[in-house]
Structures are given as structure tokens and as C-alpha cells.
Design a protein around this ligand. Structure first.
Ligand SMILES: C[S@@+](CC[C@H](N)C(=O)[O-])C[C@H]1O[C@@H](n2cnc3c(N)ncnc32)[C@H](O)[C@@H]1O
Length: 234
């Protein structure tokens, strides 16, 4: 099943307005596309869920609100952890928020459902710095945008129970096919289940010139395709 969402920016019905400070990633198109795909492809009801890279906790909250059996959320940013805990408290839902790298979920799992909106934006080298609007930890992912995606694809089989599902959202700028192919090579049934074309936000606008120079971006292009990839453990 493929959710193609090419309409205007509309937060998923499950998302509520969240308190998010300047230090925490503001839920946006990628967050909402993943929430919509979760509802359509891998409903959280009754599932043990891990939300890796939780930020404000928006995806974890959607899973908890959908009736997940349990939700564990992970983030390296102390500000994000505080924000996600507060948002869970305000929403009256039970989410265990852990401060630390997403890799901790390998030892707390396996899970029925793992969701992740990782940092995936290609990052200019130190010699060519550009200002990053918003928290850099939320977006910067090395020169090819795959600093989290590659280890996540490698860890996917260990994170999932049998018949469990991993949902990852990412940009075409970080090579969607590589994610699908790596997950398939690691023994999971993997495919793109949702796509959305969106105009560049402030981060990509600020580094469009560098992306054009590297050849990652055709000259003048200022839209990207976001995709949700699902991978099921047989
Ligand atoms: C793109 S934001 C996504 C936030 C939220 N899940 C959403 O969809 O709105 C990525 C988040 O990953 C966190 N992060 C970055 N590297 C991480 C890592 N290695 N382990 C855990 N969290 C990480 C950042 O602090 C940030 O909150």
C-alpha cells in the first residue's frame, strides 16, 4: 500500500499542537508524513513501539494516542527529552523517554513497531560551513545524509520482533533506494509506502548552493521528495 500525499502541508489528524522550544525540532512535513504512514500501514494499537530520534515526541504521542501497548522514545538532545516528557505529561499518555543515542533501543527491544525520523540532511564540510536554522543535531547527517540511516538499516533486524515493522522517513537527497536496498539485503521486506513532494525549508535553502556544487542537487531545483520506507521482519 502506498500513501501518496502530494497536497498542501496539513498536519495529520493525530498530531496536536505541541510545545516546542527553539532547541527542539519543530514537527513538520516529514513528521506528519510518518504519522500518516504509521496509521495507514502499521497501526500502533496493541504494539510495543520504539520512537527513535523522538524530538518533541510528536510521533511517540501519535503511537500512544492510537492505543500502543507501550511506547519508548529515545533522543540524544536533553532539550528534546525534556520537551517530549512534558508533551506526554500534558497529553496524559504514558511514554518512556530515554536520553541517549537511538542505539540503546537495541538492548531495550525487540519491538513490534519501530519508527524513526532521523537527521538526514547532507552536511557541508567544516571548511564550507553554513548557518543551520534550528537545532543542528536534528538535521545534520554527514556529507551524504546517511550518518544515522546506514547504522539504522544495519540494526533493523535486531530492533524488530518477528513480523515487526520499521518505518523510516527521509529525503531523496539522502538516497531512498539505498535505504530500501540495504534493508532488503538485511533480510527485511522493504518498500516505499508514502511519498510527498515539498518545497525546500530554511535548512535546505541555506545549503542549496553547496548541494548544487556537490552535484547532489540539480541547479535551480528547490523541491525535495520525502519518502517513508517500511521494512517488515519475516
Ligand atoms: C528530524 S528530528 C525528528 C524529531 C521528531 N521525531 C519529529 O519527527 O518531529 C531528529 C531528532 O533526532 C535526534 N538525534 C540526532 N541524532 C541522534 C542519535 N544518534 N540518537 C538519538 N537521537 C538523535 C535529534 O536531537 C532530533 O531531536
Amino acid at each position: 500500500m502506498t500513501v501518496i500525499a502530494d497536497g498542501p502541508a496539513t498536519p495529520a489528524a493525530t498530531a496536536r499542537s505541541l510545545d516546542v522550544g527553539l532547541d527542539v525540532y519543530q514537527p513538520q512535513e516529514d513528521s506528519y508524513l510518518l504519522i500518516e504512514a504509521m496509521a495507514a500501514v502499521a497501526p500502533a494499537e496493541g504494539m510495543t513501539v520504539a520512537d527513535l530520534c523522538t524530538g518533541s515526541g510528536v510521533i511517540a504521542l501519535a503511537a500512544a494516542s492510537a492505543g500502543a501497548y507501550s511506547v519508548s522514545a529515545f533522543d540524544r538532545s536533553p532539550a528534546a527529552v525534556e520537551c517530549a516528557r512534558l508533551n506526554a505529561l500534558e497529553a496524559g499518555v504514558d511514554i518512556d523517554v530515554f536520553e541517549g543515542a537511538w542505539t540503546h533501543a537495541i538492548s531495550t527491544g525487540p519491538y513490534d513497531l519501530v519508527v524513526c525520523n532521523p537527521p538526514y540532511v547532507p552536511e557541508p564540510p567544516q571548511t564550507c560551513p553554513v548557518a543551520t536554522p534550528g537545532p543542528a543535531l536534528a538535521v545534520n547527517a554527514g556529507r551524504d545524509g546517511r550518518q544515522v540511516l546506514d547504522p539504522l538499516c544495519a540494526a533493523a533486524p535486531a530492533l524488530l520482533r518477528r513480523h515487526g515493522t520499521l518505518l523510516i522517513v527521509q529525503s531523496e537527497l539522502a538516497d531512498i533506494s539505498r535505504t530500501v536496498n540495504t534493508l532488503t539485503a538485511n533480510g527485511l521486506r522493504s518498500s516505499v509506502v508514502a511519498q510527498k513532494r515539498v518545497p525546500f525549508g530554511p535548512v535546505l535553502r541555506s545549503r542549496a548552493g553547496w548541494l548544487e556544487e556537490t552535484g547532489l542537487l540539480p541547479v535551480g531545483k528547490r523541491v525535495e521528495t520525502l519518502a517513508v520506507i517500511a521494512a517488515v521482519k519475516p
